[in-house]
Write a protein that binds this ligand. Sequence first.
Ligand SMILES: C[S@@+](CC[C@H](N)C(=O)[O-])C[C@H]1O[C@@H](n2cnc3c(N)ncnc32)[C@H](O)[C@@H]1O
Length: 217
Amino acid sequence: MDANFWHERWQAARIGFHQSDINAHLQQCWEHTDAEAGNEVLVPLCGKSLDMRWLAEQGHAVAGFELSPLAVKDFFAETGLTPSCKEEGPFLCWQQGPFSLYEGDFFKASELGLQFKLAYDRAALIALPPDMRPAYAEQLAQLMERGGRVLMVTVKHDARDDQTPPFSVPEAEVRALFESLFEVTLLEHTSAGAQHRRVASGECSYFDELCFLLTRR
Ligand SMILES: C[S@@+](CC[C@H](N)C(=O)[O-])C[C@H]1O[C@@H](n2cnc3c(N)ncnc32)[C@H](O)[C@@H]1O
């Protein structure tokens, strides 16, 4: 997926990945990160996710990384905040209250020299095609302190069209990508069943969600 793919999705408002509710795995599993209020949470490929607001409500600062200026603009407008903006390395950093959204390419994030104790990935790894996932794992590892924890939500499905996100990234692949860098624990595995939109439409015969805790070695 190149940058244009995502810019076009945002320009055409084809953002079916955006959830109008707070993610259930986040609410159920965040306690496994042993998060302390005040710790900043890294949110790679953040879109305009409402989950960032939930994290802020738990007392966290949030550092989101997002390619699309439209997503960043919408996030602040819909949160009722007017951000300030400054250049930070290869990014434009939009900041207000607990939120710092870095507009630019997440794969350059390590150039900022930041280190995080906490991160949250929902629909980030699964937005990337297979050839980009090892670099993503490497980038995430570079940004996490030793002992730092990542809550990661992936999906597993058997859609015939596997050329566009959300890509199926099952447990074996998460382990293959991350286990040399992180201790990997599967926290939850849920099956949406026949009522899921993609199953009901015949796109796939099942659509599962997996929630992992990754602890940086
Ligand atoms: C599937 S969406 C998920 C968004 C968000 N995590 C959520 O749960 O709603 C993936 C997002 O990553 C952004 N993105 C894709 N590649 C990126 C990159 N290299 N750096 C920063 N953002 C990127 C896209 O613009 C898109 O908003």
